[in-house]
Design a protein around this ligand. Structure first.
Ligand SMILES: *Cc1c(COP(=O)(O)O)cnc(C)c1O
Length: 431
C-alpha cells in the first residue's frame, strides 16, 4: 500500500520489475497502472500474469468433450506458408477467380451436391440461406425444431434477422407433413422454403413425430436442412469398418441431399473436423442465389480458413480423413487410452488413493449426436483440482463429477500426455 506522503512508485519501474512475464512492455505498463490505481503495487506480477492468461494459447482438453466450443472445437493440424496464393485468381487464363471455386468443388463432390459455398460459421450459413431464398417471404419451421442451439443462436431470431418471416408449423412434439402442406397452401401464405433444424443439444422423447426429408421435400418448396454437426456421409467411408455406434441416427449431408433436401448447411469445425466455417451445399440455383446475396460478401471466409478447410476436404476425398485429429481422437481404441492412462498415472508418482484409472464416457460435443457417448478412460483424483490443473504453463481443462476431478484421455492429444502428467503431479501433491 502506498502510504500518505510517499510518491507512488514509478509506473515504468514497476512495469520493468515484472519483465519475466512474457508480455510486450505496453501491457506490463497497463498491469503496473492498474496495480497502482488499486493501491497495491506489489500485486503487479499477479496482474501481469492475469493479462498473459487472457491471450489465446494452447490448452489440454481433458474434458472428454471432443468438440468443446469453449476450447475451439475440432483441433486443427495446419501449417500455412507465408506466401501469396491464387485466392481470387484463375491460374489457367490469369483472370479474376473466385475464392469459393476450389472449396466449392471439393464440398460439392464430397456431398454429392450440384454446388457449394463456404461462409464464416454454421449460423452464417443458415442466415445466408434463409435470406437468399426467403428474404421478404416466409420460412416454415416445425415447432419442434424452433430451437436455441447455444451462444444466442435461436432459430426465430436468425430468421427474423435474415429478413424472412417465420411460420410455425405443427406442435412441439409432433409435426406431420400435412402441417407443412397446409402452411404452404394457405391462401394468404407466401412460404419460400421449409427449414429443418437438427435439434442439436436436446432430445424429445415419448409421443413424437417428425416427417422424413423426402416427405417434406414432396410438399413442393425447397427444403433447407440445417444439419449443424456436419457429418458428410453416414457410411463414414474414411473409417475402417462400420460407422461408429455413437453416430447412429446422426443426419449426414450426402444422404439428406439424396433424400431431397434442396440445401444442407453445417459447421466446418464440428464432425467435419476442420476450421470454423459454415458450409452450404445443394442445388446450383440456390447456391448461386446465396453467393450473389449482399450478405455473402460480409460473411465470406479468409484465406487461412479456406486453406485449412481445403486440406480437410482433400483428406476426406482421399479416403484419408481418419488421420484428422478429431476422427483420430474419436476412434482411438479404449485399450490405447488405458495404456496411456497407466503410463501417465505412473509418471505422476501419485499414491493409488490419489489417482485412479477409471472407465469414463466421452461425448462428441458441439451438439453432434446428442445424448451419445464414446467409451473412454480417465485419470481420476479426489476433490476439485480444476483450478490447480489450469494454473500450469499449459493449462489443463478437466471436469468434476461425483466429488472427483476427471481427466478424460479421449480428448487429449497424445503429444500432451507429458504435460498432463506434470499438471496432475502438481495438482495432487499440492495441499
Ligand atoms: C452448431 C449449430 C449451428 C451453429 O453453427 P456455428 O458453426 O456454431 O455457427 C447451427 N445449427 C445447428 C443445428 C447447430 O448444431
Amino acid at each position: 500500500m502506498a502510504s500518505g506522503g510517499e510518491h507512488p512508485p514509478s509506473v515504468d519501474r514497476l512495469a520493468r520489475s515484472v519483465a519475466d512475464v512474457d508480455l510486450p512492455l505496453p501491457l506490463l505498463v497497463l498491469a503496473a497502472r492498474e496495480a497502482i490505481a488499486a493501491g497495491d503495487p506489489d500485486a503487479v506480477g499477479g496482474r501481469a500474469r492475469g493479462l498473459a492468461r487472457r491471450l489465446l494459447q494452447p490448452v489440454v482438453n481433458a474434458t472428454g468433450v471432443l468438440l468443446h466450443t469453449n476450447l475451439g472445437r475440432a483441433p486443427l493440424d495446419v501449417a500455412v506458408a507465408a506466401s501469396a496464393t491464387n485466392l481470387e485468381l484463375a491460374l489457367d487464363d490469369g483472370g479474376r477467380g473466385s475464392r469459393q471455386d476450389a472449396v466449392g468443388l471439393l464440398v460439392s463432390t464430397l456431398c454429392g451436391a450440384e454446388a457449394a459455398l463456404v461462409v464464416n460459421n454454421g449460423a452464417a450459413a443458415v442466415m445466408l440461406a434463409t435470406a437468399a431464398i426467403a428474404g421478404g417471404r416466409q420460412v416454415a419451421v416445425s415447432r419442434g425444431e424452433s430451437v436455441e442451439i447455444g451462444g444466442g443462436f435461436r432459430i426465430p431470431d436468425v430468421i427474423a434477422s435474415s429478413g424472412a418471416r417465420l411460420v410455425d408449423v405443427g406442435t412441439t412434439n409432433r409435426t406431420r407433413v400435412d402441417d407443412f402442406r397446409r402452411a404452404v397452401d394457405a391462401p394468404t401464405g407466401d412460404v419460400a422454403c421449409i427449414l429443418r433444424v437438427h435439434p442439436s443439444n436436446f432430445r424429445v422423447e415419448g409421443f413424437t413425430e417428425r416427417p422424413s426429408v423426402a416427405d417434406v421435400a414432396a410438399v413442393g418448396v425447397p427444403v433447407v436442412a440445417d444439419l449443424g454437426s456436419g457429418l458428410v456421409d453416414a457410411r463414414c467411408p474414411w473409417l475402417p469398418g462400420e460407422p461408429p455406434a455413437w453416430l447412429a441416427g446422426e443426419p449426414a449431408a450426402r444422404q439428406v441431399l439424396a433424400e431431397g433436401a434442396a440445401l444442407v448447411t453445417f459447421s466446418g469445425d464440428k464432425l467435419l473436423g476442420g476450421p470454423q466455417a459454415g458450409l452450404i451445399a445443394g442445388r446450383a440455383d440456390l447456391v448461386a442465389a446465396c453467393a450473389s446475396h449482399p450478405l455473402a460478401r460480409a460473411l465470406r471466409p479468409g484465406s487461412l480458413v479456406l486453406a485449412a478447410l481445403q486440406d480437410v476436404l482433400l483428406a476426406y476425398l482421399r479416403g484419408d480423413a481418419a488421420r484428422l485429429p478429431f476422427w483420430r481422437q474419436a476412434t482411438t481404441p479404449v485399450e490405447d487410452l488405458r495404456h496411456r492412462a497407466a503410463r501417465i498415472a505412473d509418471a505422476t508418482g501419485a499414491r493409488p488413493e490419489d489417482m485412479q484409472v477409471r472407465a469414463s464416457e466421452a461425448t462428441p460435443g458441439a451438439g453432434a449426436a446428442p445424448g451419445a457417448t464414446i467409451p473412454s478412460v480417465a485419470l481420476v483424483a479426489p476433490g476439485d483440482r480444476r483450478d490447480a490443473l489450469r494454473s500450469g504453463p499449459v493449462p489443463v481443462i478437466a471436469r468434476v463429477a461425483d466429488g472427483s476431478t476427471w481427466c478424460d484421455l479421449r480428448s487429449v492429444e497424445p503429444s500432451h500426455d507429458d504435460v498432463l502428467a506434470t499438471a496432475l503431479r502438481e495438482a495432487v501433491t499440492r495441499p
